[in-house]
Design a binder for this molecule. Structure first.
Ligand SMILES: [Zn+2]
Length: 280
């Protein structure tokens, strides 16, 4: 099957999510017979229905952190994937906050739903998790949830980095290197002050350093929607001489078209990660 990236939702703040200006259903990555669901926020299941994605075919759910528009529908997605636990299967990879909670947020996934999957992995940044011949590297972020992680997918065909919510720091750039595709949560437009997420200016700096084949901006806040993400993407593209696309709900990308020639060394089985793994 040709690998695909499907954007279920592109909302990036409570305003855009709350008014349903965009869905917050996250991103589906289909590759090598696996279906990954990344950051299943509010609207996940309805967007899956709208865009003809079968939740039963999901094999791995990934959630970067415990903020609502990254995980609001995660228990519903786990339920749909497993027939509410009757068909226990799949893997959940998530930031620690979803299981343990934070100072402000209670644990998002109660033990009842944790039991629906075969395996839970709770990695900090800098880990490598092998799923057959796909390797998922967890990325460091600078965000208000200190356990937030990004995900870098090393597949036989392409390398894709999803930065998750993060502020810009030159120190973070190295881990995005050699990505064919960058997915950047560009919450704010040019000229906006921010301390917990990037704006279009920061995105420009990231792309200029990494030079991916394709950069996709998503996770838009109120001002970004008002300014028009397509216009922002056009300006970022101009300043980086790189192809930049503003994601829309339902947008499908064929990642193979943007692959350099990225045969990656990958692991064959789930890597044992004693301290970061809970086995059910
Ligand atoms: Zn967040």
């Amino acid at each position: 099957m040709e690998p695909k990236i499907i954007f279920l939702g592109t909302a990036g703040d409570h305003y855009v999510t709350g008014k349903s200006l965009r869905s917050a259903g996250g991103i589906i990555i289909q590759v090598e017979d696996y279906q990954f669901h990344l950051d299943p926020g509010p609207g996940s299941l309805s967007s899956m229905k709208n865009f003809d994605i079968n939740p039963r075919e999901t094999t791995c759910v990934l959630a970067s952190h415990a903020h609502l528009n990254h995980c609001g529908d995660i228990n519903a997605v786990l339920s749909a994937m497993t027939l509410n636990g009757i068909d226990k299967k799949g893997v959940l990879i998530c930031g620690k906050s979803l299981i343990q909670g934070t100072e402000k947020i209670k644990p998002v996934i109660p033990p009842y739903y944790q039991n629906f999957v075969e395996r839970i992995i709770i990695p900090e940044a800098g880990k490598h998790i092998g799923i057959e011949n796909i390797e998922i590297q967890t990325l460091k972020t600078l965000h208000s949830d200190p356990h937030n992680i990004g995900f870098k997918f090393h597949t036989p065909d392409f390398v894709l980095s999803y930065l998750s919510d993060t502020f810009y720091s030159a120190d973070l750039l190295k881990q995005y290197e050699k990505s064919d595709i960058l997915i950047i949560n560009n919450v704010y437009p040019f000229g906006t002050k921010t301390k917990i997420n990037v704006n279009s200016f920061h995105t420009t700096k990231i792309i200029n350093k990494i030079k991916p084949r394709l950069a996709i901006i998503t996770h838009f806040g109120k001002k970004m929607i008002q300014n028009d993400p397509v216009e922002e993407a056009r300006e970022i593209a101009k300043q980086t001489m790189t192809q930049v696309i503003a994601a829309t709900d339902g947008m499908v990308i064929m990642p193979r078209s943007y692959a350099a020639n990225s045969k990656q060394k990958t692991l064959n089985v789930f890597q044992s990660q004693q301290q970061d793994t809970i086995s059910n």
